[in-house]
Design a protein around this ligand. Structure first.
Ligand SMILES: Cc1cc2nc3c(=O)[nH]c(=O)nc-3n(C[C@H](O)[C@H](O)[C@H](O)COP(=O)(O)OP(=O)(O)OC[C@H]3O[C@@H](n4cnc5c(N)ncnc54)[C@H](O)[C@@H]3O)c2cc1C
Ligand code: FES
Length: 274
């Protein structure tokens, strides 16, 4: 339960209320033994304020640092947003399960994200697109949306890095038309239905606001994706992160240990409390 002390080495302003923090452990051996996998989370802390569960948005294939993208919503996240490069932060983890990247080998991958929900997906996207793993996976498609242009996270990935990657298509949309945006305007589930990507030999991975996830899951099923072809990651309130406090349970499952990554087939066997 003891956090490791890390230093914030870079801060990127993603949107008016989301910042990405690159952190490096003060003891370099901690990262060597950290062993995070795509989709896992960490508990970030500021002494005297508290802790929050945050997805590790960097892929383990990107060495030397961890990245966390944090939306300012309350007490701790507001304090973290005031930190500067050089500030210290506590990190414990990694916690939870990970995206089933072994089961995804040989398949095409369809990522569908909304808002800050791209943060956990990004760890898997970069894992799959990394030189050492690229041959193990087929075509990568990324459908991503936010309320407005200003609310798009990871613009440097969406408009530069990922479109340049081999066999990778990126589709970006915003909810409402606005000046200076000549791209797509549609809600993510509607754009997904319009693009209508074939379910053949494909796994769909989605994360975003609950309302988006609800309609994305419906659209995928309508398009012929089976429950085992759909993977999502849940954001329920967590405290301990290690299956002890009972804060995150859905029925007999603990999201912090059994999740946060679930297939739709697994979700359908759980009580509808998420
Ligand atoms: C598995 C998992 C992964 C997550 N990944 C990220 C991430 O990558 N980036 C990120 O910005 N956030 C992420 N979150 C959400 C993050 O944990 C909360 O936003 C954070 O704990 C809020 O802390 P706070 O002290 O600032 O807010 P508080 O002051 O505690 O609360 C402010 C408001 O946010 C609500 N809230 C608090 N925690 C949560 C939560 N977990 N989910 C929904 N609403 C909440 C409260 O009800 C309240 O309305 C994740 C949560 C989980 C469980
Ligand atoms: S967060 Fe404590 S049991 Fe899951």
């Amino acid at each position: 339960m003891q956090p490791h002390i890390a230093t914030i080495t870079k801060i990127i302003d993603e949107t008016p209320d989301v910042k990405t923090f690159q952190v490096v452990f003060d003891d370099p051996q901690v990262l060597d033994n950290f062993g995070n996998l795509p989709g896992q989370v960490a508990q970030l802390s500021v002494i005297g304020t508290g802790e929050a569960t945050i997805s590790i948005t960097s892929s383990p294939t990107r060495k030397g640092f961890l990245e966390f993208s944090i939306k300012k919503v309350g007490r701790l996240t507001s304090v973290i947003h005031q930190l500067e490069e050089g500030s210290k932060i506590g990190v414990r983890g990694p916690y939870g399960n990970h995206f089933p990247y072994e089961m995804m080998k040989g398949k095409d991958l369809l990522f569908i994200g909304g808002g800050i929900g791209l943060a956990p997906l990004r760890s898997l996207i970069d894992f799959v697109l990394a030189d050492e793993n690229r041959k193990d996976y087929g075509k990568v498609e990324i459908i991503y949306g936010a309320r407005s242009k200003a609310d798009l996270c990871f613009k440097y990935d969406l408009f530069d890095r990922w479109p340049k990657a081999k066999d990778c298509q990126v589709y970006v949309t915003i909810d409402r038309p606005e000046e200076g945006w000549d791209g797509k305007v549609a809600f993510v589930p509607a754009y997904l239905e319009e693009l209508n990507p074939s379910p053949q030999n494909k796994i769909a991975i989605t994360c975003g606001p609950p309302i988006m996830i609800k309609f994305v899951l419906q659209a995928l099923e309508k398009m012929g994706y089976t429950e085992d072809q759909i993977v999502t990651t849940l954001e329920l309130k967590m405290k301990c992160g290690i299956g002890k406090c009972g804060r995150c349970n859905i029925g007999h499952k603990f999201v912090c240990v059994d999740g946060p990554v679930f297939t739709l087939a697994q979700l359908k066997q759980m009580p509808n409390e998420f």
